[in-house]
Design a protein around this ligand. Structure first.
Ligand code: PMP
Length: 381
């Protein structure tokens, strides 16, 4: 329990504007809304105060033909210059594709970088906390641990849904970020958009909706909620449906206030030139993305049907992603068997609410057929 003197409390709802002035000595119970609820006030004071590094490439904005400002090697290799620190061309293409203005887009070295930056921007080490909803993606916890930030957990329900009441009740005065992974890894399901909206509306910190798998989902992105809510960040990635995990390119969509601060704290050249080139090339070829996405979806259905036919499969969970969570009779034994056949899946059987589960990424048709053949041989032994 914390005692706060002479503080102005902002009550953060849709327009984040209603201020409650609490001037007497105020005791915050664990249920009390956080004191700092405008976006600005949620940012760590040192981040608010600091001046961003100004790189040579970001200082000069006009046209020139001789660049003697960045201590680069002048001999042209196509890569001898520093890349655009704000990746404007890539953002323009993404903006056109998603119908989002470039000022609302941030690009990171994978969406993992975005997760890490958000924790460093909003969470004071040893003071603030993030909230996660297990079973979920592991990097929220890892990034928080690196920053010495507390992790509060509220489990999903037994059928992997959001427990809105429990989540909002568990929020503490120090809870700055709430990570909602939808479609969720490793369960594969998306959360109802209305339920996510309730969290954005009810939580006074920042809700980060991780949509790494949204391209495979049957429902709309939370990007559509950004016009209404300033305390929302939506992350997506080129690592999944775009088939570009190797280039490390993640996206964040949010209000300009949040994008500005992400730009302020990121390493100046966090997205390298090769990555920017590869993304621009991929964005010129949306047909390839569409074809692969459709193929993976079709293979997901095929794999699901086939897996359900095996005796050792207890349940194939519904998936809005490019993987299937499967509860089997002997998870470790099956995992070891597949490994011995050179087929690696993810053993999630020790993860809370995923007891006895393996996670199968949807492969190519050939890979899936080989997996199914190996499983047939497994059942015969
Ligand atoms: N979010 C989720 C839910 C993921 O599963 C992953 C990667 N497996 C990421 C984010 C990280 O993606 P990126 O490759 O963009 O860092």
């Amino acid at each position: 329990m914390r005692v706060i003197l002479n503080k102005t409390f902002y009550y953060c709802k849709k327009d984040i504007s209603v201020a409650l002035h609490l001037t007497a000595q105020t005791q915050l119970s664990t249920q009390t809304p956080k004191s700092m609820s405008t976006i600005k006030n949620l940012i760590r004071p040192n981040i608010q105060k600091m001046t961003a590094y100004s790189s040579a490439r970001s200082e000069f904005k006009g046209k020139a033909h001789i660049f003697l400002d960045a201590n680069e090697n002048p001999f042209d290799t196509d890569l001898n210059r520093y890349p655009d620190p704000l990746q404007w061309k890539v953002k323009e293409e993404i903006g056109k594709w998603k119908n989002i203005e470039v000022q609302s887009i941030f690009l990171g070295n994978g969406s993992d970088e975005v997760i890490d930056l958000l924790i460093r921007i909003f969470c004071e080490p040893r003071e603030d906390a993030i909230m996660i909803l297990p079973p979920t993606y592991g990097m929220y916890q890892v990034s928080a641990a690196i920053s010495d930030v507390e992790v509060q957990e509220v489990l999903l329900t037994n059928d992997y849904q959001l427990d809105i009441t429990a989540i909002l009740e568990a929020v503490q005065p120090n809870t700055k970020l709430l990570f909602v992974c939808s479609p969720n890894n490793p369960t594969g399901n998306s959360f109802n958009l209305k339920a996510i909206e309730e969290l954005v509306e009810g939580f006074e910190g920042i809700v980060v909706v991780d949509e790494a798998y949204i391209d495979f989902a049957g429902q709309a992105s939370c990007v559509n909620l950004l016009k209404e809510y300033k305390n929302l960040v939506v992350t997506q990635t080129f690592s999944k449906a775009w088939g570009l995990a190797g280039i490390r390119l993640g996206m964040a969509f949010a209000a300009k206030e949040i994008i500005d601060v992400l730009n302020k704290v990121k390493p100046p050249y966090n997205v390298n030139q090769l990555t920017q080139n590869a993304a621009l090339e991929a964005l010129q070829n949306v047909e390839r993305y569409e074809w692969e996405r459709a193929n993976i979806l079709q293979q997901r259905n095929f794999l699901k049907e086939e897996l359900m036919g095996f005796d050792f499969v207890k349940k194939v969970f519904p998936s809005d992603a490019n993987f299937l969570l499967v509860r089997v009779k002997e998870a470790q034994e099956l995992y070891d068997y597949l490994t011995s056949k050179g087929i690696i899946v993810r053993n999630r059987s020790k993860v809370v609410l995923c007891e006895g589960c393996l996670r199968f990424t949807v492969g190519t048709e050939e890979e899936n057929l080989e997996l199914l053949e190996a499983l047939r041989i497994y059942t015969e032994n």
